[in-house]
Design a binder for this molecule. Structure first.
Ligand code: AHM
Ligand code: MG
Length: 361
């Protein structure tokens, strides 16, 4: 017996080592991927790559805090009201600080616009003042879900500044979504994922906590053109435009040919709802309501980056009639209605809007 144990244990370790080596050779980290993709931008000097790396670092730090939110004394309101008139949770503040710190230290962006700050944050160190990028972000989207252990996210959008030198200005952010250089989101869910685009497709990376790296897990993400999930806060039904009311009724009708009735799925955490719909297909709608006559979501750091990603994955994003990425932006915290997701579903919802809603959107 003993005679056979030695060689068999050795064989076992050899096999494990082959499997591990194979697994390792298949893993591509976010850092490796970004460097490889730099070749897509022939005149790039690596600034955008470093900016994306800085966002990745801040995401890992925020993820660590989100994961222990129930343990640490970090839940609950921070006792402040943000510029949108909402309660600021401690984790919102924390995430905001972490992203600002990482972006400032990285030296590749001259100004930041955040949901948590009324005005832009000018990055004032020597390295950053002439940096050519500005970053807009919602550091912790879906923050009403923090206390109840439901997924939250970060959304970011990167623009090339329009002023050439000196400190960044608000005008640097007043660009259409079509001008985004890169955009992405991080979802702090059952696993932590970073999904981003630079306009050449969408790629998703899952954080492997054992090595502390985002690893390419969802290459070249595509969203289905048709699907059977609709995501909307139906509690606001009575306040919706008629086009949305009729579209919801259409989703709920029975029709075998089109697989209806569809399923309703609404987490109330935009990144989580949109991430699910990106993968499985579906439409996310946040329309105008009588409470929010311009919609609730913010164009600069919520709708534009999400629209860029969804379009790059083959989906569509409109405000009910116009393409989100072509909307003019006049204020940092400007709101817009949002219809986003599977292309054919968005088209149909917009047809309902055109037919049944009297106002423009
Ligand atoms: P927030 O940035 O303050 O968290 O607000 C945005 C969130 C989205 O994540 C989510 O889809 C939506 O607001 C939920 O709003 P409501 O509770 O009105 O349905
Ligand atoms: Mg938000």
């Amino acid at each position: 017996m003993i005679h056979f144990i030695g060689p068999r244990i050795k064989d076992y370790y050899d096999i494990c080592s082959i499997i591990n080596n194979k697994a390792m050779s298949r893993v591509k980290t976010l850092g490796q991927f970004i460097i490889e993709k730099q070749a897509d931008f022939p005149y790039s000097k690596g600034e955008l790559s470093r900016l994306l790396r800085d966002i990745g670092i801040a995401s890992k730090i925020v993820n660590r805090e989100v994961n222990k939110a129930g343990l640490a004394d970090i839940l609950g309101d921070a006792g402040e009201i943000n510029v949108q008139g909402e309660n600021v949770k401690k984790l919102d503040v924390y995430a905001n600080e972490q992203f600002i710190a990482a972006l400032s230290a990285g030296g590749e962006c001259c100004a930041i616009a955040s949901e948590e700050n009324e005005d832009i944050i000018i990055v004032e160190n020597e390295m950053s003042k002439n940096a050519k990028y500005v970053v807009a972000m919602d550091p912790l989207d879906g923050s009403s879900n923090i206390d109840v252990n439901v997924s939250v996210g970060t959304i970011f959008s990167i623009y090339r500044r329009t002023t050439l030198t000196g400190p960044g200005t608000p005008e640097d952010f007043y660009q259409r979504g079509t001008e985004q250089v890169a955009a992405g989101y991080v979802i702090y869910g059952s696993s932590c994922m970073l999904v981003y685009t630079t306009g050449k497709g969408v790629n998703g990376f899952t954080l492997d906590p054992s090595i502390g790296e985002f690893c390419l897990s969802h290459p070249d993400m595509q969203t289905p053109k048709d699907a059977k999930t609709y995501s909307i806060n139906e509690g606001n039904y009575v306040h919706f435009p008629d086009g949305v009311k009729k579209y919801i009724k259409y989703c709920q009708e029975e029709d075998k040919a089109t697989n209806r009735p569809y399923s309703s799925r609404y987490i109330g955490s935009g990144v989580a709802d949109i991430h699910r719909n990106l993968i499985t297909g579906g439409i996310y709608i946040y329309p105008t309501t009588s409470k929010s006559p311009n919609g609730k979501l913010r164009l600069l750091y919520e709708c534009n980056p999400l629209a860029f990603i969804v379009e790059q994955a083959g989906g569509k994003a409109t405000d009910g009639s116009r393409r989100i990425l072509e909307l003019d932006i006049k204020e940092l915290h400007q709101r817009t209605p949002l219809f986003l997701g599977s292309a054919n579903m968005v088209d149909l919802a917009c047809e309902y809007m055109k037919k049944y809603s009297t106002s423009e959107v």
